[in-house]
Every structure is written in structure tokens, then in C-alpha cells.
Design a protein around this ligand. Sequence first.
Ligand code: ASP
Ligand code: MG
Length: 461
Amino acid sequence: MKVMKFGGTCLGTEDALDRVSGVVRSEKDRKVVVVSAASGVTNALKDFVSKPRQEREIDDFLLALRMRHVDTVSKVEGEARKDALNMIEAKVTKLERLLYGVTYTEELTPRTKDLVLSFGERLSAIVLASRLSNDGVDAVPMETDALGFITDDQHGNAVALLDQCERNMGPTLETALDKGIVPVVTGFFGITPEGHVTTVGRSGTDYTAAVIAYSVNAKPIEIWKEVDGFMSADPKLVKDAFMIDRLSYEEAAELAYFGAQVLHARAVQPARQKGIEIVIKNLYNPESPGTVIGNGRMTRKDVIKSVSYVPKVATLKVYDTGAGYRSGFLADITSCLSQEDVNIFSATTSQTCVAVLIDEQQIPQAKRAIKKVIGGVGESFEITPGAALVCTVGEGLGYTEGVAARVFKAVAAGKVNVELISAGASTVAYHFSVNHKDLKKTITAIHDEFFGSLGDRKDAE
Ligand code: ASP
Ligand code: MG
């Protein structure tokens, strides 16, 4: 049995839906389909509730949302069409009540926000299921809150409670599958044990798909997108970049976390626990085998498989001459940042300073957080924007002599100054920061060093 996940760009147009329907129909094995919201819909919902609105604005917003989804069922006919339109209408009405509530109370709690955001997936599941039904598949839209996709209560970034998910969703989905039904399940959200809807983080439908595969013991998880798979580097920066056939779970997680937007980093965790492979597939090139992510092994003698990056990071340094002697200094800094939801990419420490890399967009939150503790924790601080974080990944990096030296020699040969290095925490990845203006040069230098031209690369494998 398979889980097939379709991202937002696979659901937005008639042409994409034609392709999705073709892919699902040509899969003869039993399958559960998992969907994201159509592209742009989650952002639209998020923007809409981000500021106070007039009643008239709600009507305009919902009209556009309804039309957008009704348009994508234009090829659906007869009963399937009637059902789809009724279901879309029912969802929009529910959302309307919710938005009026938010407008009247002038209050948006994290709980209500998650509930609002979940509507993108609720609508896209209806659209795809109706399209599949129209094309002869017995498809039924199913919502993860009703199925019992149980999570903790971290709204906006909830974590699935895998045992409970398995207990709840496993039997229900199995029963449906036994009847020949293809469940079309909503991604992105779940529900707490107390019954509040939670979302699992932006782009989190990959994670939903992995939790569902875990719950029904499906293998593999197919992630359908508009690219072939993970690449050796961003092809926009390196013209010789090529697709990677295979990655370990750790390699994929590091690459996903550090900039490769192919897979959500958290999807790896449930998959890994049961040894379920994840396959990246291209809706526009379904013959391509894609990148397979599974149990790790060193597959290249040169170790490095890919180099990814986060383009805009800032370095936050907190100074304290006595830091080396005080226990908890690093913990105090990371916890004050996490209270403001500042995400830390990497951290290094010395006896007098803690340096962390954060997203440039989060500088205001970081300042707010650190100002509160300076004087107690740390004597002074500085935040410097304008860096880029580079991540080199390869199973075996942590225990193969000379690889790090080759990385940094290549970078130095390009006359690039390396600012902050963090290595050793992961045995499959090194991260370091450089000035943003040197990003392309750095990535190209590393790629050339390890992959050379296409011909050299083949020899090295
Ligand atoms: N629709 C959600 C988002 O845009 C989840 C996803 O696309 O995977 O973040
Ligand atoms: Mg999305």
C-alpha cells in the first residue's frame, strides 16, 4: 500500500488535476492520497486574518475563494459535481461563520487561526476527490481531525502523537481501503486530544503524509511535486547540478532544513521510525525515478552528496566575559529566543561569547528577546545581517578524513571568508556562514571540488 501526497501546485489548475488523476488511476496498488491546499490558498487565509476586517471584505474574500475551487471542478459532471458543489458550499459557510466571529470579537487566538488555516486543505480534498470520482475512482474526501490525527497542543507547529494516530486512523483507513475506496485525506492539520484543531507547520503536508503512512503501514510515501527530486546544488546557482538518486533520512532532513525546498524536514521522522522510504516524484515527468530517501549508507567515495543554503541569515552574538564559567548560559539564550519563536539554525560557543544564526526576517523578534535578558544573561549583544548559511551534506562526513579540509580549501581558493562554522553535531552535515554576496561563489566552488564536470562525476561514483 502506498501514500501519495500531492502539493499545492498539483491541485491549482485543470491541467495539473488531469495529471494527478492519471497518476492515481495508473497506480494499481491500494493507496491513500494526501493533499495540500491549492497553491496560494493557505497564504490567502493567513493574510486575511492578519488584520481587522470589515464584513464586506469577508464576503468578497469568500466569493473569490469559492469561485477558485468551483472553477477547478468544472470538468466534474453529474452527481459528482452536485456533491462537490454542496460540499464546497458547506465548507465556505462554516468558514464564513468563523471569520465573522473573528471580526466581531476582534480577537484571533492561535487556536482559531489554526482552524481558519485548515480550510485550504478541506476544500482541496473535496476538489480532488470529486475529480477522481468523475474519472471512475471510488474516492472519498476525509478530514484529519475527524480521522483522529492526534497532535500535541503547539498551535502552528504541532507534533503528531504517533501511537494515537496509528490507533485512530489505521483501522478507519484500512476499512475504507478494504471496500476499494481511495481516501483523499487533508494534509497540514490535526487535532488535540481535547478536540482543538492544530496545524503542523507551513508546508507540513509532507509530514502529514508520513504520519499517515506510519499509521497504516504503507510503503513507500510518494511526494508528487513539480521537480524531479533533490539536486546536488541549486540549479539556479550551479549549471552542472544534477539529481541525486538516493539519500539517507539524515541527509534528506539536513538538506530540507537548510534550504532545499523539496521535502519538509519533519516528514523524515515518522518515516524513519518504521523504515518507510520516501520517493520524490515529478508530476510533469512521472517516468523519472526521483530521489529515494531511506536507510543510510555511504554511496559516494567522495562523501559529499549535496550543498544547500539558507540565503539570508543574521549572526546574533551575546558577549559575557564570565560565560565560560556559568552553567546554563547557552540554554538561557536559546530559551529566551524560543519564547519569541525565533528559530535557531546553528549555534557555536566560546568562553566569552555565544553566537547563533537566525533568519534575517526574525531580527526584530530576536532583539526583543535578547534585550529582556541583557544585564542578567550576557553583558552585551550584537546582530549582524547579511550572511548566508551553507550546508554540505553527505553520509560519512563525520568520520571520513580530509573531507572538511577539501570543503574549506575549495572555499578559501575562491577568496571567500568563512564566518561561523558548526560541525560535528551531525555526522552527515557541516554548516558554515559566509557573506551573502559570496554565496554563489561558495556553492560553485564546493560543487566543482566534489563533482567537477559531468565526466569526473561519473568516475567518482
Ligand atoms: N497548505 C499548507 C501551507 O501552505 C501546507 C502545505 O502546503 O503543505 O503551508
Ligand atoms: Mg503549500
